[in-house]
Design a protein around this ligand. Structure first.
Ligand SMILES: [Fe+2]
Length: 265
């Protein structure tokens, strides 16, 4: 693998104890710091002391385990010439994100730079755009509670982020947060949402939770993630169980196949 993307929530409450557990998970796994690319999640902004303490802890520990050097939660990097842009909430806003206009201006600059490569652009943010991937009803495991349109998504700045991302070709917006398992083809046909969606030219990938349970998927067990392969004309996302070391072969997820395919323009 050329890189490991983590779409946030590596901790439960941003504490030193939580970060020690995360570092323990990395021990002995031969993951070079430059291959670990992670965005901040809402849980990482929570702390028993203060938001500032959580954010400082986040940046301190990200610096310890990755090669990212930034005093902000958001940053960009490259993997084999492909641009990877990690957005992130700049404070605690409950379950949604605080994406400032300053960050959106930075995102535009980064997308402009990345677009010059002619290659696909990977943008990672913990929360998906509002009302994608079946949100807001899929925010709730059994869809029993009343939901606001923004629930489970970025929140207030979602429309601005969406409009900006849609100005570029071949963007893959990678998110998590909603604990949605890998959706099967049947739910896509019946309910019109999926872990992998395309809106105009924008491609959206919502990752399952690795370790805290999932719902709304045909494959929702603990330990799942996905393998992303990038080719000249397409990207492939293969649902994988990292605990059992197996790819999905059982469930058709798109066009009768056990993997998702995104054509490149
Ligand atoms: Fe989250």
């Amino acid at each position: 693998m050329d890189a490991i993307f983590i779409a946030g929530d590596v901790t439960s409450r941003g504490s030193d104890e939580n970060w020690a557990l995360f570092r323990e998970c990395l021990e002995g796994r031969d993951i070079p710091p430059e291959k670990l690319i992670m965005a901040i999640g809402n849980h990482d902004t929570w702390n028993d002391e203060s938001v500032e303490a959580a954010l400082n802890n986040y940046i301190k520990n990200r610096t310890a385990v990755t090669s990212i050097r930034s005093d902000k939660v958001y940053f960009s990097t490259t993997v084999k010439g492909y641009h990877v842009i990690c957005m992130g909430s700049e404070g605690d806003n409950g379950c949604s994100a605080i994406i400032t206009d300053e960050q959106i201006a930075w995102l535009k600059d980064e997308l402009d730079k990345a677009a010059k490569s002619g290659k696909p652009i990977f943008v990672i943010n913990h929360q998906s755009l509002n009302q994608k991937h079946g949100l807001p009803v899929t925010w709730d495991a059994d869809e029993s509670s009343s939901t606001e349109p923004w629930e489970g998504g970025i929140g207030d700045s979602s429309d601005k982020v969406e409009a900006l991302l849609k100005e570029y070709k071949n963007v893959l917006f990678i998110t998590g947060h909603s604990h949605m398992g890998w959706t099967g083809q049947e739910v896509t046909e019946r309910r019109h949402f999926s872990s992998v969606e395309r809106d105009g030219t924008l491609n959206l990938l919502n990752m399952p939770s690795l370790a805290c349970g999932n719902h709304h998927g045909v494959w929702s067990v603990i330990g799942i993630g996905g393998m992303l392969e990038v080719y000249e004309d397409r990207m492939i996302i293969r649902p994988r169980d990292y605990h059992l070391h197996i790819f999905n072969t059982e469930y058709p997820v798109q066009n009768g196949k056990p993997y998702f395919e995104i054509p490149l323009d």
